[in-house]
Design a protein around this ligand. Structure first.
Ligand code: UDP
Length: 324
């Protein structure tokens, strides 16, 4: 199998590339290194079945060749991280919507199966947990730029489902819930790498708002295994799947846990959202996936739980200190 991964030098993409190489696939990655990093793919860069194009997916000439040469596409290239999204809303909207348009148009030209990485952000600020794939979406106004991320990814989903319906293109959508693990950087706002680094550096741990917001953290390998199973399962075509972990934790409790597990003497600082992001920023109070559909169709079960996730992330930061 020859696989194309857009965003394959990113955090999730690089773990996926590694797994696919391990099972014998040929892996082509296209990544513009905007948030991806060469160091993420360094350890398999010279693998004979690995190919890397440092290029944007908006370059249709390059994408045309890559899509024509592959059997299937994992589309992971996107603007990521709430902080980045609030700071660069134009880039977020354009990258997500135009990039997915290119991928789907070319996939339809060569009839290639596509798996699109979407996000739990599409559910917005609904509090009726757990979220099921068919649930209504609850969004804030267009004046709050956070919601542009949710909408841009929802357009990606609409487009992928439309290509399936209208042009018979095999498309699959996975909605990811707070994916974490080694190689994720805290630079774009992600809470676990950020708090772990703060704890190890002996700086205050920054908890935003009252810290009572709840998230479910999924280990990256669980996500990668699910992506491969979805791609391989005929019943997944034309469908949307939540992929995550359904055990929630408040961010305040998470900070305490990280402090204890690192043995850090850091204090916990509560930072108002207005200061952390921008005035009027709206956060989700709770986000928990219903995993029933993924369990039923692909036998999905997240294997790595929070304590083990934190142990692995802490070990990774300790081994790579000074590099982030
Ligand atoms: N958060 C925090 N401190 C940080 C970074 C994030 O308290 O230094 C909070 C953030 O406001 C959110 C949660 O942690 O409520 C998860 O944030 P992240 O950016 O990792 O993912 P999100 O759930 O926002 O997509």
């Amino acid at each position: 199998m020859k696989v194309l991964i857009t965003g394959g030098a990113g955090f999730i993409g690089s773990h996926l590339a590694e797994k696919l190489l391990d099972r014998g696939d040929e892996v082509c990655v296209i990544d513009d290194l905007s948030t991806g990093k060469l160091s993420n793919v360094q350890h398999f860069r010279n693998h004979p079945r690995f190919h890397l194009a440092v290029e944007t997916i908006l370059n249709e000439t390059v994408m045309d060749r890559l899509v024509s040469e592959c059997d299937v596409i994992y589309h992971l290239a996107a603007a990521v991280g709430v902080e980045l999204i609030v700071k660069s809303p134009v880039e977020t909207i354009e990258r997500n919507v135009l990039g997915t348009d290119v991928v789907l148009r070319l996939a339809a030209r060569y009839l290639r199966q596509v798996l699109i990485a979407s996000t739990s952000e599409v559910y917005g600020k609904s509090e009726s947990v757990p979220f099921r794939e068919e649930d209504d979406r609850v969004l804030g106004p267009t004046t709050k730029s956070r919601w542009s991320y949710s909408c841009s990814k929802a357009i990606d989903e609409f487009l992928a489902l439309a290509y399936h319906k209208e042009k018979n293109l095999p498309t699959i959508i996975m909605r990811l819930f707070n994916t974490v693990g080694p190689r994720q950087t805290g630079r774009y706002g992600m809470v676990i790498p950020r708090l772990v680094k703060q704890a190890l550096d002996g700086r205050p741990l920054t908890v935003y708002g009252d810290g009572q917001q709840v998230r479910c953290f999924t280990y990256v390998e669980d996500v990668v295994d699910a992506a491969i199973k979805l791609m391989d399962h005929p019943e997944a075509i034309g469908q949307v799947f939540n992929i995550g972990n359904d055990h929630g934790v408040s961010i305040a409790a998470l900070a305490e846990k990280i402090k204890a597990m690192t043995g850090s003497g850091s204090e916990i600082h509560y930072v108002p959202y207005d200061q952390a992001y921008e005035e009027g920023f709206e956060d989700m109070r709770i986000r928990v996936p219903d995993l029933g559909k993924a369990r039923r169709v692909i036998g999905y079960e997240p294997k790595v739980q929070l304590d083990e996730i934190l142990e692995r992330v802490i070990a990774h930061f300790r081994a790579n200190q000074g590099q982030e």
